[in-house]
Design a protein around this ligand. Structure first.
Ligand SMILES: [Zn+2]
Ligand SMILES: [Zn+2]
Length: 624
């Protein structure tokens, strides 16, 4: 805080916490060694999380004022806000109680009470919570080492906590409690069920309003609701949870995405492969998925005395193909692509619409290259992302670039300091050169190389993690992958795992929200609805449909015995981009009267002219 004040009072007012040598601490803590210091504000994820966690303490203080004797479990921050697990004893909490708790929290926040840290020895800590009668805190203290226990107090409330917290309660200016749920103590159903109260806070009232509006909009755009209305996908108990069935309208979107990916990858020099959905146990032992990833895989099936696993990743299969190609340096880079289907075991409680499923189809590819080729290959992958962002109208995105920690080489990370530094440097340079917004997160790389998580925001400002790019130094060696280099020696390639469109499931779930179901023309399951004015014009309508079909345009004829106004309204509800109204005059002159979804009448034109207009429009959309 003193550093912040030495820079400016304005900055000091906004500081919520500090990151000192990689560790987030209270801004008031002393610094006793040479350190790299980052001041955290609301604009930093860790700043937000610190404020949200501090808000949980504030909520606890408010709860205690209404329900004396309330006991507290844990109160961490989450992606959006915080929760606290509480034992209210005889009391029951309902959504109606939220208002009074929020008001009390605001009243307490305005007092600008400091969050005061105090080191406590174990004996005193136990004594405090025994007197208070909070058996949950006592249960937590049991596992803590003496000398490492801290209390934090603000106002009338004291909590067992290791921190960090914001300096005082004043930055908490807007408060909303959002939900109540049941949660077993320590996640164990043998224990007592506590009440989990969720909330979120902001430093400005306008930010809370925006957030609530976004939630409201997200509810309207819920991919499960719109996906059902548009007959895109369904789940069936007999098929099993987490296993989506793609209906015709969903399959159209899938195949349009695949067509785009295949065309894009072909232009970029990828070659397509196809691999089976199962493999022997031994392959996953070589890859290291077994035993490290076993919990996320389906249990094996036994066949002729061998164990077979459903594939959770496509990489091992692709590595085998690379090996069979037996390349020399002249053949590199080799880029193997497959829209591969993978199976992952997710607990049933974790399944969520298309966002968390057990069967997923991935826009996968593996690029095998020399160290010299790496920077160009990585750049090309990045360019592909940018091209896709443009096509899908994704305006806000950030690459989270996770690197290694030199102190942990040989333990958490593959022991090759030079390769780590060089590769990270190349990745960083590409990100800077191409002006891509990115954040660097030290010590979060994968064991076998740096990784880039791509975060995108939907049209209503909700954040999604779509894809991960991974640089891999280690696995090619585990599989014995080599190429003959220019000196006639065997060398191990670097492998880049990339999947810009993620999985169909997650990406389409994202797109449904992003477009609110109004798919752009090229992705729309039905692109054109042909609406005959009366039964007499059905034949001409079918003729028009045939012409559209001949030109790869997806259409349907609404030949129901309904008024034209009703047919138009129904097509609008189904979000079909174009409606062609055909009657006497149109049939005579081989014309169609064009209506555009949400934009109304566009006048009459010849059928051929309409077809070339649609084709042009589509190719412009994909020509990003
Ligand atoms: Zn705390
Ligand atoms: Zn892979």
């Amino acid at each position: 805080m003193e550093i912040a004040k030495s820079i400016s009072e304005g900055l000091a007012r906004n500081v919520l916490a500090a990151k000192v040598n990689g560790q987030v601490i209270d801004a008031s803590r002393p610094i006793n060694e040479n350190a790299t210091v980052q001041l955290l504000t609301w604009n930093d994820d860790e700043g937000k999380k610190t404020m949200w966690h501090s808000s949980a303490h504030l909520m606890a203080e408010a709860l205690e004022s209404f329900y004396p004797g309330v006991k507290f479990g844990i109160g961490p921050p989450v992606d959006h806000g915080f929760y606290y697990d509480v034992d209210l004893g005889e009391n029951k909490l309902t959504l109606e109680d939220f208002k009074k708790i929020e008001d009390k929290m605001l009243e307490l926040a305005r007092k600008a009470n400091q969050y005061v840290r105090k080191e406590v020895n174990k004996k005193d800590a136990i004594k405090y919570f025994e007197e208070k009668g909070d058996n949950y805190k006592l249960d937590l203290i049991k596992d803590l080492e003496d000398g490492q226990i801290t209390f934090y107090s603000q106002g009338e409330f004291t909590d067992l906590c290791r921190g960090p917290h914001i300096p005082d309660t004043s930055p908490i200016k807007a408060i909303k409690l959002t939900n109540i749920a049941g949660a077993y103590w320590r996640g164990d159903e043998k224990n007592k069920q506590l009440t989990r109260i969720y909330g979120i806070t902001f430093p400005k009232k306008s930010q809370l309003d925006e957030y609530l509006q976004m939630l409201e909009e997200a509810k309207k755009r819920d991919h499960r609701k719109i996906g059902k209305e548009l007959e895109m996908f369904t789940f069936d108990d007999d098929v099993g949870p987490g296993l989506p069935l793609w209906m015709p309208n969903g399959a159209v979107v899938i195949e349009s995405l695949e067509a785009l990916a295949k065309k894009t990858e072909q232009k970029a020099g990828y070659k397509r492969v196809r691999t089976p959905h199962i493999a022997r146990e031994n392959m996953y032992k070589i890859s290291g998925h077994l035993p490290y990833y076993e919990d996320s895989m389906f249990p094996p099936m036994v066949l002729e005395g061998d164990k077979y696993y459903l594939k959770a990743m496509n990489c091992p299969h692709h590595h085998k193909i690379f090996k069979e190609l037996n390349p020399s340096y002249r053949d590199l880079p080799i880029r193997l692509a497959e829209y591969g289907t993978c199976y992952r075991y997710e607990q049933s409680g974790e399944l969520f619409g298309l966002m968390r499923v057990r069967c997923l189809q991935m826009n996968d590819a593996h690029i095998y290259c020399t160290r010299e080729q790496f920077a160009d290959e990585f750049r090309a992958v990045n360019d592909m992302y940018l091209k896709y962002f443009k096509i899908f109208g994704i305006e806000k995105y950030v690459m989270r670039f996770s690197t290694h920690d030199p102190a942990k080489l040989g333990k958490k990370y593959v022991d090759n300091a030079e390769l780590w530094l060089k590769t990270e440097d190349m990745v960083r340079r590409v990100l800077i050169d191409s002006n891509i917004p990115y954040v660097e997160v030290p010590d979060e790389g994968a064991f076998y190389g740096p990784k880039i998580d791509v975060q995108v925001w939907s049209a209503i400002g909700r954040e999604f993690t779509l894809a991960t790019n991974q640089v891999d130094f280690a696995v090619p060696a585990r599989f014995g992958l080599v190429f003959r280099n220019a000196n006639n020696e065997m060398e191990t390639p670097i492998c880049i795992h990339r999947a810009p469109l993620g999985t169909h499931e997650r990406f389409i779930g994202f797109l449904i929200e992003h477009y609110a179901g109004n798919f752009p023309l090229w992705l729309s399951p039905t692109q054109v609805a042909i609406l005959p004015i009366s039964e007499k014009h059905n034949d001409y309508a079918k003729k028009v449909l045939q012409l559209l079909n001949n030109s790869d345009i997806r259409g349907l004829v609404d030949s129901r015995d309904e008024k034209i106004g009703k047919k138009i309204r129904d097509s609008e509800i189904k979000k079909i981009p174009y409606m062609l109204i055909v009657g006497e005059k149109e049939a005579m002159e081989q014309m169609v009267a064009v209506r555009q979804h949400g934009q109304g009448d566009q006048g009459s034109i010849k059928v051929e002219e309409f077809i070339s207009r649609v084709k042009n429009e589509i190719s412009q959309m994909l020509d990003a």
